[in-house]
Design a protein around this ligand. Sequence first.
Ligand code: MG
Length: 395
Amino acid sequence: MSESHVTRIAILGSTGSIGQSALSVVDTHGDRLEVVGLAAGENAERLAEQIARYRPRIVSLATASAADVLRGLSSGSNDVVFGGIGREGLVAVATHPDVDIVLCASSGTDGLEATLAAIECGKTIALANKEVLVMAGGIVTEAARRRGVAILPVDSEHNAIHQCMHGRRPGELKRLVLTASGGPFRGRTASQLEDVTAADALQHPTWQMGRKITIDSATLMNKGLEVIEARWLFDVGPDQIDVVVHPQSVVHSMVELVDGSLIAQLGVTDMRLPIQYAFSYPDRWPAPVPSLDLARRRQLDFDVPDTRVFPCLALAYRALRGEPGLAVVLNAANEIAVARFLDGRLSFPAIAQVIEQTMDAHVAAEAGTLAQVRAVDAWARDYAREIACGLQLKV
Ligand code: MG
């Protein structure tokens, strides 16, 4: 196969859950995909293995100590460039001149600058990082429009909607319907959630994911962040985005068209599929997954989300309807609260309390530049830490 048929990719977050699934897609389609760049967090050992196997041209890590470990591990291979640490390293990997598609799957907010830099360089964006659009949806989508760059969603719900919208005109769309598994605590009452632990919350019924996003699934904040993500990806208002609980996670999401037709995308729960779709788009490639056997599934259930028990979803809608900085506040306070919950310092219901009180205290501020977004983000983190200390569990 000639060079022109090979799509050259960079993966931000290569040692994480999405990153490893992406490399599994590369294993399947080695004749179509080439790894040019890999950016990892702190797992230097796994990055060293990935370097040996995929021979990227440029790599980066989050910290200097991780970079030291990598240097000690890979003294023999001199043909890979080390692009730097932290955000600078992410930008270097994302903007490497040989890269066609950047998969943004780094966790948290550090991928923001790299995503924007990649857009400015005209790279196609395969977006798995929710924070990028929750924090800076207007900035990122405007930059992509200006540069004529496609943002292909990897989040399974948005990937489903992208598939449902393919070939349609925007005026044909009535509303989006995001499906939510409901997480491990679906059907519980508020009082039953008071004493749940991080270990309980980490038992997700249908998806294997990282720790932070798994807690977000248990609070339904993950769906809330996805509602905000959908607003920017598909340019729709909050009233055009509905959430329906669907415990089997077979229907990955749906769109309702103006004539009432509901178009859904169904599939097995395997993140390799949306990642591959983003890499192959607009083509389709075979995938090494079993066919979805609906007759054996027998039943698909749908229900309304209970926002009294899971207030985080309602907080996300509030952020979307509020001034632009409020989504930044929501996201920052959530990250602080989830980290404290994982450490055992905060109760499960206190996650939503920290977020709500931080949102209540926020004074509307400009969020039209990255610097302004970072300022709102920093304020919200500080404020959320104070609230979290006040709500801290006694041990
Ligand atoms: Mg999702």
